[in-house]
Design a protein around this ligand. Structure first.
Ligand code: HEC
Length: 122
């Protein structure tokens, strides 16, 4: 989508950008579990968030620590993925830094669904 000129400014371009990506729906009958569907997304070879998001960062996405860090650090608003930093700022959305890879839409869909279903420790 085009930015509508200088009058609306940078924030409108940002707004447009967030809605360019089509995130697929996850069917209600598909289980989405933190341990098996979400946490492993953060430590895959070639797309390894934990190079940076480890014990030396505020957001620690390493296996075994990710849940507490995400929830206690306020990176999710349970039930509201669109309002959660973990979803809004993940690579593929508006990550503050180009890290050379992005999460694909199916990964983002899982994260979104997990948060929308209450960000459970499951
Ligand atoms: C090369 C280093 C690097 C990699 C790899 C990386 N990040 Fe980040 N990330 C950062 C930096 C730096 C920031 C901004 C400072 C901060 O908030 O920690 C950031 C910020 C974020 C934020 C926003 C936090 C906030 O407070 O606003 C989220 C969410 C995030 N990263 C998720 C991820 C995820 C998910 C991955 C992997 C798919 C990832 N990052 C990979 C370096 C990285």
């Amino acid at each position: 989508m085009l930015c509508l000129g200088v009058f609306l400014g940078v924030s409108s371009c940002y707004y447009d950008k967030e809605f360019e990506i089509e995130i697929p729906d996850i069917p209600d009958n598909q289980e989405v579990l933190f341990r098996t569907d979400i946490e492993p997304l953060f430590s895959r070879s070639g797309k390894d968030c934990t190079q940076c998001h480890n014990e030396s960062a505020d957001l620690n996405l390493t296996i075994g620590n990710a849940y507490n860090s995400i929830v206690q650090g306020g990176y999710v608003d349970a039930g509201n993925a669109e309002g959660s930093l973990l979803f809004q700022r993940a690579p593929g959305q508006n990550h503050p830094l180009d890290v050379g890879f992005i999460l694909d839409v199916n990964d983002l869909a899982l994260i979104k669904e997990w948060i929308d279903r209450g960000a459970l420790n499951n």
